[in-house]
Design a protein around this ligand. Structure first.
Ligand SMILES: Nc1nc2c(ncn2[C@@H]2O[C@H](COP(=O)(O)OP(=O)(O)OP(=O)(O)O)[C@@H](O)[C@H]2O)c(=O)[nH]1
Ligand SMILES: [Mg+2]
Length: 294
């Protein structure tokens, strides 16, 4: 049996969470078109007949402006030390930018002499002409001594199986740490909160997605029904008005979309109650950040 830990790092929005979900064949990490969607480290376990791969999805590496963001970046950098293989993810839809270069530097600093375990994943190749990928490979090739350079598409699955095969080859032999049904370390409460946040990200723009956090107030399972009450935190009254919408319409839509996803994921009926609360400056408040699980 081969087993080990893989961490996916990269700047925000390159498709790390989409890849985690693709590797698992199950959606456990939320995805959005807004940067800084993922705020915590998420473990997903890939089971193969010959291997068990512990895959970590991480917050995008960026220049932190709030304490929340500093925690996010710290979380990601900490995974570099415990990984057997590091996936550095970039996008095929644009040339290497300062954000990508900084990620590569941070990885280089962390791995020092241990370079052969770092893969470069050039994601979103479905969205560009093939002719544009080769020059990109050349541009990135010189930036680190990559073990592999793999163009792929997390959303369509191009090269995802090949990625797994190449990864397993590099993993050490060992006993599988998790049972064969184990999928993720995310508790149901966390998955529920994240799905609510995902629907808010889908429906809001500009500053709002960054100002939103979700806390589960209660989660009670009664046979085939889960009763969930959650509070959506925002930072200003104007943001509350946006999330609630005219006559409560947007909050209702957010709740319905989140509930349907939860019912699919949990395999139960869900009764969901949502509240919106203004808590100014929560992104800067250490205690609140800890309470929110960041
Ligand atoms: N065309 C295309 N889009 C993709 C692909 N992978 C991800 N995306 C899109 O890219 C956006 C960001 O995806 P995420 O998986 O949330 O990215 P992330 O790297 O986890 O982002 P953060 O959590 O913010 O760091 C979403 O709109 C995805 O649908 C891909 O292979 N092809
Ligand atoms: Mg993510």
């Amino acid at each position: 049996m081969k087993t080990g830990t893989v961490t996916i790092v990269g700047r925000p929005n390159v498709g790390k969470s989409t890849l985690l979900n693709a590797l698992l064949g199950e959606k456990i990490a939320i995805v959005s078109d807004k940067p800084q969607t993922t705020r915590t480290r998420i473990l997903g376990v890939v089971h193969r007949p010959d291997a068990q791969i512990l895959v970590l999805d991480t917050p995008g590496l960026h220049k932190p402006q709030y304490k929340l963001n500093s925690r996010m970046v710290r979380t990601t950098l900490a995974t570099l030390d415990e990984a057997d293989v590091i996936y550095v993810m970039v996008e095929a839809i644009c040339p290497p930018g300062p954000g990508d270069r900084r990620v590569i530097e941070q990885v280089r600093d962390a791995v020092k002499n241990d370079v052969p375990k770092v893969f470069l994943l050039i994601n979103k190749v479905d969205a560009v002409n093939k002719a544009r990928v080769l020059p990109l490979i050349d541009a990135y090739r010189t930036m680190l001594d990559w073990a592999e350079v793999i163009p792929l598409s997390a959303s369509t699955g191009i090269n995802v199986d090949r990625l797994l095969d190449l990864t397993i080859k590099l993993l050490p032999e060992g006993q599988a740490p998790y049972g064969e049904d184990f999928l993720t370390d995310q508790p149901m409460r966390t998955l529920a909160a994240e799905l609510i946040r995902e629907k808010i990200l889908d429906q809001t723009r500009e500053e709002v997605p960054y100002s939103v956090a979700v806390a589960i107030d209660s989660f009670v399972e009664e046979g085939k029904l889960a009763r969930i009450a959650a509070t959506v935190f925002v930072e200003r009254d104007s943001q509350k008005a946006i999330v609630v919408g005219k006559g409560g319409q947007r909050l209702k839509e957010i709740g319905t979309a989140a509930r349907l996803d939860m019912e699919r994921l949990f395999g139960t009926k869900v009764f969901l109650e949502l509240w919106v609360k203004v808590q100014e400056g929560w992104r800067e408040d250490e205690q609140t950040l800890t309470e929110l699980g960041y």
